[in-house]
Design a binder for this molecule. Structure first.
Ligand code: UN1
Length: 518
């Protein structure tokens, strides 16, 4: 055991077929990243057998759930919304404690989850499908969506409340049943969410919870023959692995939200104050641990010195520390390997001849002694071939300022990474932002804003290594349903499309005549 078990520490449970199960085998610890000697709870380490049981429960409840009226399914989300409203403060505290994001950000995340639930409820009574004209006057054509079946929801620690709801919400509304595996870094908020689903009245088996690691429980879900959709948010490497497992198990649908090297682009006509503010929020909110965090700020060379001065000056004033201190801007890193990864990229930046402007390193104040605290690392790096730090995802408070000389060059630099998730351009010129809008590879684009802060009723996803073209949040409906074409004939005779003859062959006619009563 790494440290002391907190009094009242949670005994984690898995939820299968409407029943809570305590650990019967191995357990893992939930550690507070700001106070690593604090063990917040012990959780069952889900096994392939647990996954089998959860998937079987989801499968068994699928038919009854898909036959339940869509509006009734939606109403349960109304109940859920009320429960999330009731518990917002408590949920925010749980989230801030086990994830380390500051309390007001944790609260904003609970609200983001609530927005998804409200959106799902609101869409339950919206028209679904399409009525389409036929070539043939006597036919009606419909496009209708059907649920795919069992959806596996495998989610990250950085948005452990909102991202699961982006996936569970559309999946359940459309009539799928689900198996949810939260990140092992943030199991409590995942379990609390499932408790609220239960309290809201979702029938047994519609939502099942398995805890544990990606290697065991995650892989077992991704390769499970009876899972129809895998919705995953996490790193490119794990996403690529999940896609392979899923493809080997009968080409199930995947919706993958993966890494990025997102950027804020500061044009020569930018409002400098706004640009600095947008860059600070994009680079350091959530300690740089959002998939959309800016790992790069591209700055027109004309503004470079001024921007860099202002940016560094203001970065130095940001407080990194206790997530429950209201004067703190950002909390700790999630764990020791996150810290090591950032430190190794800081080192790599020096090896690649970066001009280092600020190196926060490991923070050493008394409030930092027990946590995974890192300060911001800021450097200027020219866009050159093979420089890794301006192309690879770091996932922490590590940001490159990359100078450019023309908008065309900025587009080229922006696109020169394997990723394409989020892009913000700071300009007063509508012709400029149109160029970036059309020429950059991204899933979310912003003008005069940070490159973080998406809303739930928009598609959320990216291109290249940032995703597989199946956006999440509201747009997840496309991954968790399949579209069916449904044709009804009102004529007494058959008239085929494409002008094809509906006459049966002479032989058939003869035999048909032979069958006629004499
Ligand atoms: C993520 O970083 O994994 O757009 C999700 C945003 C948030 C969601 C981020 N609404 O920054």
């Amino acid at each position: 055991m790494a440290g002391s078990i907190l009094a009242g520490a949670w005994q984690g449970r898995q939820f299968i077929a409407g029943r809570w199960h305590a650990a019967s085998g191995e357990v893992f610890e939930n550690i507070n990243p700001a106070q690593t000697e604090q063990v917040l709870g012990l959780y069952p380490r889900g096994t392939a057998d647990d996954v089998d049981a959860a998937v079987a429960a989801a499968r068994r409840s699928f038919d009854a759930w898909r036959r339940t009226s869509r509006i009734r399914r939606g109403e349960l989300f109304m109940n859920l919304a009320n429960l999330i409203r009731r518990d917002t403060d408590q949920l925010a505290e749980v989230l801030a404690r086990e994830n380390g994001k500051v309390l007001n950000e944790a609260r904003a995340e609970i609200i983001e989850g609530l927005h998804m639930v409200e959106y799902v409820f609101g869409t339950a009574r919206q028209p679904v499908g399409q009525v389409v004209e036929s070539e043939i006057a006597g036919k009606d054509l419909y496009v209708r969506r059907k649920p795919r079946g069992v959806v596996a929801v495998i989610t990250p620690w950085n948005f452990p409340f909102a991202v699961p709801l982006w996936m569970l919400g559309p999946s359940l509304l459309e009539g799928n049943t689900t198996v949810f595996k939260p990140s092992e870094e943030t199991p409590e908020i995942g379990q609390r969410l499932v408790q609220l689903f239960e309290e809201a009245g979702f029938p047994p088996g519609t939502i099942n919870l398995v805890h544990g690691t990606g290697e065991v429980a995650g892989d077992a879900l991704a390769r499970h023959a009876d899972v129809d959709v895998v919705a995953f948010t996490g790193s490119y490497e794990v996403g690529a692995h999940i896609r392979q497992l899923a493809a080997a198990a009968d080409h199930k649908t995947c919706a993958l939200e993966l890494g990025s090297k997102s950027a804020v682009i500061v044009c020569q006509d930018a409002d400098l104050r706004l640009a600095v503010n947008a860059a600070l929020l994009s680079a350091f909110k959530t300690t740089g641990q959002r998939c959309v965090s800016a790992g790069r700020v591209l700055v027109h060379r004309k503004l470079l010195d001024q921007f860099a001065r202002e940016f560094v000056d203001q970065t130095q004033r940001l407080k990194f520390g206790d997530p429950f201190d209201p004067t703190v801007f950002a909390g700790p890193m999630i764990n020791g390997s996150g810290v090591d990864k950032v430190l190794s990229y800081n080192e790599l930046a020096r090896q690649e001849q970066a001009q280092v402007l600020l190196d926060g390193g490991r923070l050493t104040g008394p409030e930092h002694a027990q946590g995974w605290f890192l300060g911001p690392f800021v450097y200027v790096q020219e866009h050159r071939p093979a420089v890794r730090t301006i192309r690879e995802e770091v996932f922490g408070p590590h940001v490159a300022i990359v100078p450019f000389d023309s908008d065309e060059q900025a587009v080229e630099i922006y696109n020169d990474t394997p990723y394409g998730l989020s892009m913000a351009v700071i300009t007063e010129d509508y012709r400029r932002w149109r160029l970036y809008r059309d020429e950059c590879d991204y899933g979310m684009g912003y003008v005069n804003l940070p490159c973080i802060g998406a809303e739930v009723h928009l598609p959320f996803g990216g291109v290249k290594r940032s995703g597989n073209g199946q956006p999440s949040a509201a747009a997840l409906v496309d991954a968790v349903t399949h579209k069916t074409a449904f044709t009804v004939n009102y004529d007494r005779k058959i008239i085929m499309a494409q002008g094809m003859s509906a006459e049966t062959s002479d032989n058939t006619k003869k035999s048909a005549r032979n069958n006629e009563p004499h």
